[in-house]
Each structure stands twice: as C-alpha cells, then as structure tokens.
Ligand binder design. Structure first.
Ligand code: UGA
Length: 326
C-alpha cells in the first residue's frame, strides 16, 4: 500500500489493540496522536508498557485524557483520520453495578467524540465494534446484515455506540465506518481474556478455569490481522458501512487448550465452571464483505498466533523476573 502521511488520532492508544495500531500507523509513516485515560480495568503499568515503542517514535504524541470530560477539539484539530478504540471492554463483567461504567465509557464517550467531530473536516472515523453485538446468532458464519441481538450488557453498549457513529454519518455526513472485531488475541492481550488467563494459569501450575463444557466456539482473530483490517477501513470507499473482522475459522475453547498444551509442552489441569452469563455460545464471522470491499484477508492461523502470544508471554515474564531480581 502506498501511503500518504496523515495526521491520525487513536483513542484507546494504550490498550491491547490500540497500541498495536499505533505502531503500525507509525511504521506506515503517519503522524499519530494517541489518547488514553488509563482506566483501572487493568493496571496502568501494563498499558504504559504497551505504549513504550510508540513513545520512542518521533511522530508520536500522547494525550492522557478522558473522552467524557475533556475538551476534545484541540486534540482532534487537523486530524485526517480518527480510530476510536477507547472503551470499557469485557463481556462478563458488564452486569450489575459495573453497567454504569460501560454506558459512560462506551456510549457517552463515543457521543462526545462524535459531537466534537461533526463540524470538523475529518476524512474518516473508524469505530471499533464488536462481535458481541450478534449475541447468539441464528446463522454461521454470521453476516453483517444479521439482526444484532446482544446477550450481554457490554454488547448492548457496543451496539449503541456503533449506531451512534453511523447516525452521525446519516445526519451530519461524518464519514464513519465500523469494524466488528472477533475475540482478538496475540501479544499484549488484556489480562482478563481467555488466552492470557490460560497462559498465566499454565505457568503457575494452577487449574485453568473453563466456562461451561469448553465446546463453545470463537472466531479468534490475531491482532495484526485486526489492525490491518482497521487501517484498510480508513481508506476504502466504504463510508457508513459495517465490517466483520474475523480470524477465518471458528475454534472451540477445548481445541485452543489442546493447541496451547502442544505449544507450551505443559499439560493443563482444568476446572470446569458454569457457563458465564452474557457469553454467546458461538461466534463466527462471514468475512466476504471485508474481503470484497476492503481487500482484506486474515493471514495468521490460530496455531501461529498462539505461538507468538506464548513467546511474548514468556519474554514478558523473563523481563519482569529480571526487573524484580534487580
Ligand atoms: C472478547 C473481548 O473480551 C471483548 O472485549 C470483545 O468485545 C469480544 O471478544 C468480541 O469478540 O468483540 P470473549 O469472546 O469473551 O470477548 O473473549 P475471551 O475472554 O478471550 O473468551 C473466549 C472464550 O473463552 C469464551 O467462550 C469464554 O467463556 C472462554 N473463557 C474465557 C474461559 O473458558 N475461561 C476463561 O478464563 C476466560
């Protein structure tokens, strides 16, 4: 891809996917402004580490601010493209008292960003959507045109935010696109997510907690594939559209565990817990639209991606061990 250097803004820049996106955009020659508020969903130190590479780059600037409270215009001024990845993640913790946080950081934050952008000459807003909007889909692979019926409060907030983005396109011509990520994994995966938890338990000799029978499936997507699709959504002629970004196949949690045992050479002990409320039984993406309209294709197989995450996880543990010993 030949790229023209752009001024781009990434919200959620210190997060798992956001930090990879920043690095890729910098490598492509863009001027990147990263925004993050370091919410306490997990430790700040890990997010600071996520940002380390980007912070060392001359074309990167960082703004610590909260999308709900801050005056966003100064930081958005002059932006060609805005990637909106900030939000409160995680399907299972979105019940009960936590829901307010999801509404604030997913719905209200998006609305504030959209209001700030609606009179600006931005060329594209790419919204980070979620496979969780589908809930228990009626058809697999699931097309973008399927009726969204989320089964978690989190999914409801991601769907609301996606709708908001697209109705700013309809009403004000803000050129928004949504990409629906399917369970992204790889180096820096959030510590609450399945693969990160499985690896921690494996090396600690703890039992791996499996929700339900482990026969649920996910269309796990490697982070560099998700990032490439996201960047393509910023330039293709697709304003107002929604795209599934899925890894290319559906895999059971049991199969993931068997592959991880194989890669790590460690036999997993398992503990079966009840299936978690809010978790869809299956997710599976039809990626034909992204193939056709974005010219995008996932490239990293589960085995390859899981190996990379395992290697990264071990290197991070070694660094931590050295830091603690020193
Ligand atoms: C993930 C992300 O956490 C969400 O933020 C994102 O929006 C969503 O993907 C998406 O596709 O949009 P989830 O699919 O629950 O949600 O991802 P994982 O936490 O990696 O869980 C994958 C599967 O493993 C689920 O079936 C879950 O029940 C299972 N799991 C997870 C376990 O059996 N044990 C665990 O300790 C964790």
């Amino acid at each position: 891809m030949t790229t023209q250097s752009r001024r781009v803004v990434v919200t959620g820049a210190a997060g798992f996917i956001g930090s990879h996106l920043c690095e890729r955009l910098l490598a492509l020659g863009h001027q990147v402004v990263g925004i993050d508020s370091f919410t306490d969903f997990y430790e700040r130190a890990r997010k600071e580490e996520n940002l380390e590479d980007s912070r060392g780059h001359a074309n990167f600037t960082f703004e610590e601010l909260d999308l709900v409270d801050a005056d966003l215009r100064p930081v958005l001024r002059g932006a060609n493209v805005v990637y909106h990845l900030a939000g409160q993640p995680g399907v299972r913790p979105s019940w009960g008292e936590q829901f307010g946080r999801y509404v604030r950081d997913n719905v209200l934050a998006t609305q504030r960003l959209l209001e700030a952008l609606k009179d600006m000459p931005v060329e594209r807003l790419v919204f980070a959507g979620s496979s969780s909007v589908y809930g228990d889909a009626e058809m697999f692979p699931t097309k973008e045109s399927a009726l969204p019926q989320p089964v978690s409060p989190y999914g409801v907030t991601k769907l609301a935010a996606e709708h908001l983005a697209l109705l700013y396109t309809k009403n004000f011509g803000l050129p928004a696109v949504s990409v629906r990520y399917f369970t992204v994994y790889g180096p820096r995966q959030r510590p609450d997510m399945a693969f990160a938890r499985f690896m921690e338990a494996l090396v600690a000799g703890d039992a791996i907690e499996v929700f339900g029978d482990g026969e649920q499936t996910r269309e796990f997507t490697y982070v560099s594939d998700a990032v490439e699709g996201t960047i393509k959504a910023a330039t293709a002629d697709v304003v107002g559209q929604v795209f599934n970004l899925g890894g290319g196949s559906r895999v059971t949690v049991n199969r993931v565990l068997a592959t991880l045992e194989d890669i790590s050479g460690i036999k997993a002990r398992r503990k079966t817990l009840p299936a978690a409320p809010g978790d869809p039984r299956h997710t599976g993406a039809s990626i034909n639209l992204a193939r056709e309209r974005l010219g995008w294709e996932p490239r990293v197989s589960l085995r390859e991606g899981l190996t990379k995450q395992w290697e990264w996880f071990q290197a991070a543990r070694r660094r931590q061990g050295i830091a603690e010993a020193g």
